[in-house]
Design a protein around this ligand. Sequence first.
Ligand code: AMP
Length: 394
Amino acid sequence: MTTSFDKLKINPNLIDGLKKQGITNPTDIQSKTIPLALENKDIIGQSITGSGKTLAYLLPLYEKINSNNNEMQAIILAPTHELVLQIDKQIKLLSQNSGIPVTSTPIIGKANINRQIEKLKTKPHIVVGSTGRILELIKKKKIKAHTVKTIVIDEGDRLLDENNLIGVKEVIKTTLKDRQLMVFSATINDPTINIAKDLMKDPQIVKIEEKQINPNIAHMYFTAERRDKIKILRKLVASIKPKKAIVFINKDSQIQELTAKLQHHHISAFGIYGNASKEERKKALNGFRTGKYKFLIASDIAARGLDVKGVTHIINLDLPRDSKEYLHRVGRTGRAGKLGTAISIVTEREIPSIRRFAKHFNINIRQKEIYKGSILDSGMVKRPSSQKVRNRKS
Ligand code: AMP
């Protein structure tokens, strides 16, 4: 679908502002949802990772918000601190680049609540934050939700899951009935659509009929004994020399240990994990964004929505628990039309899971091997027969 921001009735100042970010034409999800959002429709929007969903809801918000009116007019809910701060940053950038004085403030848990209350006194037009802290501030009457005209639920399937739904519903309930509700994600299944529909009036479902998983990502896997996974990771790093990579492991508690091991081998790595302080998480992500660290060692808190420029590789040192999380993890690369590579390091026992993901997404996940520092298709390695015997014994 080709159209222009101009045809979508986006304000020329916003269009100029987007150009400063290098954005000139709308993506499919933007072309399809912006007109509906401008008509005040409730929307469920799904498109692949890195396809521009944030601006799909922010641009119409800019059109709708009356910046002369010092009232909070929109709430954006997102599941992680990092994503909240990223969205807030995009809003500030857009305001700066377009000269449209829409303001926002991030509201996340773990942060100093008094400072947030002070910020709210400046009457931001948009509050972007985590459900729990926003609810707390609504209950303290520091956020006055009755002036809210639009609620956006980013990573909607996550925020409407059984762990988060009650809180999200509570936030929605504090706003007036005729507010607009928009839900976005790369992965929304029918049960989530039904939950979302229950919260909406005449919902418009926009699904971009592409592949479910971003086709700009190449997938491969290597096998290793569990205890050798880090050794293989180091070999891979030496061979591929990724420009920027996220290494995912499943347990927060192992992140520091892995990071230390990689640093010991002079690999520029830094860890980000849920239990770390807000400052440490910020330091990790900022260092990764600016290129100070080439490798971000992360758990699934970094799997959702994060948009870091130039991520060339995603490496699963542990496999994600299901195909949905595989999609979100690998979706940190191959964004905005760029190419990316997703590598999983698996034990023999984990191979069926890899096959399951491949089947689920109808993609090839090729088995590869490292041989003398080169990456080869599995089975292409011709080892001398003496070595084969040795390998079999080990
Ligand atoms: P998102 O899926 O919203 O995280 O966006 C992914 C990346 O695409 C971000 O770096 C955006 O700045 C970028 N982006 C968003 N919309 C466009 C567009 N219309 N053209 C080019 N890049 C875009």
